[in-house]
Ligand binder design. Structure first.
Ligand code: HEC
Ligand code: HEC
Ligand code: HEC
Ligand code: HEC
Ligand code: HEC
Length: 285
């Protein structure tokens, strides 16, 4: 009674061992090939396998500092190509659920993903020149925290903050902070006071803080033209889509006709944009 069962069991075991052995050997061969590939490929080359792609040097400093969008998109096409659902699983139509930040007169088109709204929508293309590395400066795929080991990004590295893949204070806050209307001496917030100033920022900004937007992720001339057409273009990046309760501490570039006195709120302000965004000297006039 026992022996046929035992025989079957042994057969089954043998089969398992044979199959496993085959897979194991195959895996090792694949890994060997992958390893050779990793050495031979340029940074950001086609992914060899999932794990190696996750830890591809292009995700980290220094390689990421000079990465092009095309290099990132070779693996991350989903960032540009994925679209939002037309209808949520609960049956809500995307086209009928507009959020508060989608009420500005500049809002156009269908609902779009976060990445598409910054890289490919008509407004994004008109006013901005954002690249992957404007926001992504290297991250930690393992525990998403700086300084957790000797090989991790050190605490002094401000490329990303805890549990995030970017540093929101040095990226998002620039365009999604509150409008600092008190610094401007406006009597009330922009929606409450704009009629007083002809609903145009340029009523004042044609002569105040005129040296602006000369950074590689903005299209300075196009922004001025858009702001002259419609103040919501300016307000959109300076309070109209504020995810924060604070404002970005903008650099205070000297401008023609600037007075000698420095207001209290401006004492700690740098006189220049962040170094990594500076335009080459030739285009900086
Ligand atoms: C060789 C292919 C490849 C290239 C090139 C590549 N990535 Fe990735 N990336 C991956 C893979 C694989 C993952 C892991 C995906 C996952 O776990 O969901 C990943 C993850 C990420 C993540 C999420 C990390 C996390 O902690 O969850 C970000 C952000 C990212 N990549 C940005 C970039 C940027 C920016 C570039 C260009 C500088 C880039 N990637 C280039 C393959 C690549
Ligand atoms: C305006 C800033 C910004 C730009 C520009 C940007 N990203 Fe992101 N990206 C983010 C943020 C914020 C997240 C979410 C991070 C988190 O969850 O901590 C993200 C997440 C990701 C992820 C993780 C997967 C996901 O969808 O959550 C990938 C991959 C990624 N970005 C790739 C790219 C690539 C490739 C480009 C250039 C084509 C790019 N990003 C441009 C800010 C940006
Ligand atoms: C250089 C300016 C700039 C930066 C930096 C920036 N944004 Fe935006 N953001 C915009 C503009 C402009 C729009 C409106 C785009 C449109 O209407 O097509 C927008 C729209 C959005 C929207 C609304 C999308 C929608 O469907 O209406 C979200 C959410 C958002 N940004 C989040 C972020 C986050 C998070 C970051 C930082 C990782 C960030 N933004 C960085 C300029 C910026
Ligand atoms: C009544 C005149 C007036 C109007 C209207 C006005 N501003 Fe200002 N703005 C100022 C003054 C004054 C300053 C501070 C100048 C200085 O640095 O001494 C300022 C500063 C700023 C700053 C820099 C703030 C900082 O903390 O460094 C931004 C950004 C700005 N304005 C954007 C706008 C936008 C966008 C609009 C329209 C939605 C607008 N302003 C409308 C007068 C005005
Ligand atoms: C696409 C987003 C965007 C739009 C649109 C925009 N700004 Fe800005 N603005 C920024 C960012 C980002 C900075 C900080 C750039 C830097 O770090 O030098 C800035 C800086 C400024 C400053 C500070 C100037 C200084 O001393 O450096 C003023 C003033 C200002 N913007 C006014 C305006 C006005 C007026 C308009 C409309 C004509 C406008 N902005 C439209 C994103 C925007």
């Amino acid at each position: 009674m026992e022996s046929p069962k035992t025989g079957l069991l042994i057969l089954a075991l043998l089969a398992v061992v044979t199959v496993a052995g085959g897979i194991f050997g195959w895996t090792i061969r694949q890994q060997g090939a992958a390893q050779q590939n990793t050495v031979a490929l340029p940074v950001g080359g086609p992914s060899t396998d999932y794990l190696r792609a996750t830890y591809d040097p292009i995700h980290f400093k220094p390689a990421i500092e000079s990465a092009t969008d095309a290099q990132c998109l070779a693996c991350h096409r989903e960032v540009i190509e994925d679209r939002v659902r037309e209808t949520s699983p609960a049956g809500i139509k995307a086209s009928t659920s507009k959020a508060w930040y989608q009420q500005l007169t500049t809002y156009a088109g269908e609902q779009e993903t976060f990445h598409r709204r910054h890289l490919v929508t008509p407004l994004a293309r008109e006013l901005m020149n954002l690249r992957c590395i404007t926001c992504h400066q290297g991250h930690d795929p393992r525990d998403e925290a700086p300084a957790t080991s000797a090989t991790a990004a050190p605490q002094s590295d401000k490329s990303f903050t805890l549990r995030k893949q970017v540093n929101v204070e040095t990226t998002c806050l620039k365009c999604h902070g509150q409008m600092p209307f008190r610094n401007m001496g406006l009597p009330a917030s922009w929606p409450e006071s704009k009629e007083m100033f002809g609903n145009s920022c340029l009523t004042c900004h044609a002569t105040i803080r005129t040296n602006r937007h000369r950074v590689n992720y903005l299209k300075a001339a196009a922004i001025e033209a858009a702001g002259a057409r419609n103040a919501d273009n300016c307000y959109g990046c300076h309070g109209g889509r504020a995810w924060y309760r604070i404002s970005y501490p903008y650099p205070r570039h000297a401008w023609e006709g600037m007075g000698p006195e420095i207001p209290d709120w401006a004492r700690e302000r740098p006189g220049e944009s962040e170094a990594r965004f500076l335009l080459p000297a030739a285009t900086q006039k």
